[in-house]
Design a protein around this ligand. Structure first.
Ligand SMILES: NC(=O)C1=CN([C@@H]2O[C@H](COP(=O)(O)OP(=O)(O)OC[C@H]3O[C@@H](n4cnc5c(N)ncnc54)[C@H](OP(=O)(O)O)[C@@H]3O)[C@@H](O)[C@H]2O)C=CC1
Ligand SMILES: O=C1OC[C@@H](O)[C@H](O)[C@H]1O
Length: 393
């Protein structure tokens, strides 16, 4: 058996998600039955100080050989780094990812990919010109649960899929958790591209896209039309966003399918935190329905409910339906290693983009969010909407 391909990571920023991702990189791949690739954390950088980067590497139990930098510029110049994970707020993704690409580093950039589609297109253009791998870190797409569901749709188990309803809503006491007007927290801060849509809404959109768009052959994919209603918070960031998408070429036929993507800071998908409130995602076809429970970003369970042939709405049936298939998909860690494995395989194979989360689809999702923001009147400051580079943020 050949030895695994090893990829050397640089971690750009040391916040909450950087820590979860880096801890996942440190897990032995055999715990998820992976033997063809492995990961090394070669360096981390904090914009605040090298000591903060060092503390971060220690917290994540990274090897003592990993370099700790006090600036992102030093990280992108490290010859021992192959790929950089960009984990800053979305406002900074464009500038930070451009910095990495222009310094010849492959990039995995957190969601939302950028602030708008124009920035996403510019990053893709740059990666293409420089022959570098670039991917938006939509980790949920790489879960075995997502792969299984996409396969079920493609193999026709659901028949023609006509509707997907997906929700990721948090039910926060927004003023007391993230601050009132003038709040600096990234969830509501316009300078950091705050708001429900870019932070949470991207997941219900992911579910609509991975089921209604990605499952269709690439040549037949058509972007959805979009209708949205948006309410804004005191800062101007969106706090309630409901989207109706019409996909003109849906799986299992040539019909139009509806995607309903919901996100809301005030009410919760799951008010008691136990995922007993019904599915977060429903994928509805003519032959049956898949219901996914758990938060839309990290679900661990789904059920397949085949449609009864003689469905009679006037007949009420009691008891459990024995035909319902319950599927548990436990995650051995936080679950960000699967997207990291994909990056390693793509770089190993000389690919610039992943088939699972490709450039075109990231751009179409950003275009969809652009339309939602336009309809809802949400505009971020010019310095974070611009495609100019470099801009000091
Ligand atoms: N995939 C997922 O499950 C999740 C993804 N995310 C995404 O990851 C990104 C970061 O989120 P999260 O880790 O929660 O955010 P945090 O606020 O916890 O961390 C962001 C980090 O970015 C760096 N940074 C650089 N400039 C700024 C700035 N002006 N303001 C604030 N931070 C700055 C800081 O690191 P330093 O000082 O070291 O430079 C900071 O610690 C977002 O785009 C978010 O959408 C977030 C949570 C979950
Ligand atoms: O990506 C995310 O998923 C989990 C949420 O808690 C977080 O706010 C968001 O950025």
């Amino acid at each position: 058996m050949s030895s695994p391909y090893t990829i050397r990571w640089g971690i750009l920023a040391t916040g909450g998600i950087a820590e979860l991702f880096t801890k996942d990189l440190m897990l032995d791949p055999s715990t998820r039955q992976v033997s063809d690739v492995k990961h090394i954390v070669a360096a981390a950088a904090s914009s605040s100080s090298a000591s903060r980067a060092k503390e971060f590497l220690e917290t994540c139990k990274c090897p003592s050989s990993a370099a700790a930098y006090g600036s992102y510029e030093e990280l992108v110049n490290d010859k021992n780094v192959d790929i950089i994970y960009v984990a800053t707020p979305h406002s900074h993704h464009y500038q930070n990812t451009m910095l990495c690409l222009l310094n010849n580093k492959h990039v995995l950039c957190e969601k939302a990919f950028t602030v708008n589609a124009a920035q996403a297109k510019k990053l893709v253009e740059t990666a293409k010109q420089k022959n570098l791998f670039l991917m938006e870190a939509v980790w949920t797409r790489f879960f075995p649960l997502s792969t299984q569901i996409r396969k079920m749709i493609q193999s026709g188990d659901l028949g023609a899929v006509h509707r997907v309803i997906a929700d990721l809503s948090f039910g926060q006491d927004v003023e007391n958790t993230w601050g009132a007007n003038g709040a600096k927290h990234r969830m509501v801060n316009m300078d950091l591209a705050g708001g429900a849509l870019l932070d949470l809404g991207v997941y219900p959109l992911t579910w609509c896209f991975q089921t209604l768009y990605h499952t269709v052959p690439a040549a037949s994919r058509k972007p959805p039309s979009v209708m949205a209603t948006v309410e804004t918070y005191a800062t101007g960031a969106d706090e309630k966003t409901s989207m109706l998408l019409s996909f003109p070429s849906a799986p299992g036929g040539t019909h139009v399918a509806h995607g309903i993507a919901l996100t809301n800071f005030r009410v919760a998908t799951d008010p008691d935190g136990h995922y007993t409130s019904g599915p977060a995602i429903r994928i509805q076809g003519t032959k049956g329905e898949i219901q996914v429970s758990g938060p839309a970003f990290r679900p661990t369970h789904y059920r397949f409910i085949p449609k009864e042939a003689d469905l009679d709405p006037h007949r009420i049936k009691a008891g459990r339906n024995p035909k319902v298939q319950e599927m548990d998909c436990p995650i051995p860690g936080w679950g960000m290693f699967w997207e990291a494995d994909e990056c390693a395989r793509c770089v190993r194979d000389g690919k610039m983009e992943s088939e699972v989360m490709g450039w075109e689809e990231s751009v179409v999702v950003m275009e969809t969010m652009d339309q939602v923001r336009r309809q809802g009147g949400v505009k971020y400051p010019e310095k974070i909407e611009t495609v100019e580079y470099p801009v000091q943020l």
